[in-house]
Design a binder for this molecule. Sequence first.
Ligand code: PLP
Length: 392
Amino acid sequence: MSVSELQELEQRWLMPTYRRAAVEFVRGEGARLWDAEGREYLDFFSGLGVQNAGHCHPRITEAIREQAGILVGVSNLYYSEPGIRLAERLADSSLGGRVFLCNSGAEANECAIKLARRHAHARRIEQPEIVVLEGAFHGRTVATLAASPKIARDDLFGPLPAGFRAVDRDAAAALEAAVGERTAAVMIEPIQGEAGVHPVPDPVLAAARKACDSTGALLVLDEIQTGMGRTGSLWAWQQGPVRPDVMTAAKALGGGLPVGACVTAPQLEDALKAGEHGSTFAGAPLAASAALAALEVIDEPSLLRGARELGARFTAGLRELDGIAEVRGRGLMVGAGLEDGLDPAAIASRALAAGLVINVPAPGTLRFLPPLVIGEAEVDEAVAILGRCIGP
Ligand code: PLP
């Protein structure tokens, strides 16, 4: 079937929620993708930060194949080992408390929001509030939408749930002032991805931690895009000044399958009780086996070091290019602010035509999220292609 035939079917059958480029990908391996006509691409987007281990990593593929032939899913009303082992692996690698498994980033954040509100009610806060940062993106369900000032359109989707307050991303004092007796949680992406790869300044993170400690509010870090090695450590907060009380993960966690998780610190072990939360597919053996394999591949010192070193090589290469005004990010989560007058969408589509998959998250910005398994040659190849594509 040709792309134009797919477009016709899409127009007939799918809700028009996405603007797609006219390319059909049919195969992937490592950092490479192939389209239906056999053309090869270098993937610097990883399915929006999902394929951190590269496409079809043999260990993940094998884990999926093996588990698919044994048991795909059972209800959470019975036991199955992979989901429980995944929870142990996640807690051991991060906050040491308990884990709720789910199927996406938005669901992981929904769990964190419910948990923070539940914890606040246990502290006799009747109208709990969650403080978020301007520019934040936490998902597209109704509650996570309300937590995402960038897209929280009351005129389109209202009434949105009350109880969220947004403060300036870069203002530590404003954040501290916004946290008070009613605050259930402060929820932050360590680096705002959808806003255009904007690292939250260390003083803001430190102010959030301090304000939470003095009021009893929870610090929730959304590691859905920054986690799973993306910034050069398994979780981004491990390179920063603060440790959260709650962390959410998804995207690359499932090695390509839909897996999310909300992880707590030990003191929150009992925050949610039996019957207070749940999800039919969550923690099912197939998805959990894929996630365990993804963690095995990614939580590996040499791969994480590589992400930091290759990130440094890539950002240095970008800084040499004409038309780039600013380079932001950490590890292999990189954003480039373009000089005025340059059109990022035109540049991304020229790059695609030249065989490089990149993304435009926000006006004037290019975003790069390559698989962590790339090498120096792929970094240099991407910089060379961009050098030919960036221009008016
Ligand atoms: N939080 C962050 C930081 C994200 O980048 C995303 C998705 O881009 C989400 C939450 C929502 O994740 P999902 O699309 O899996 O629901």
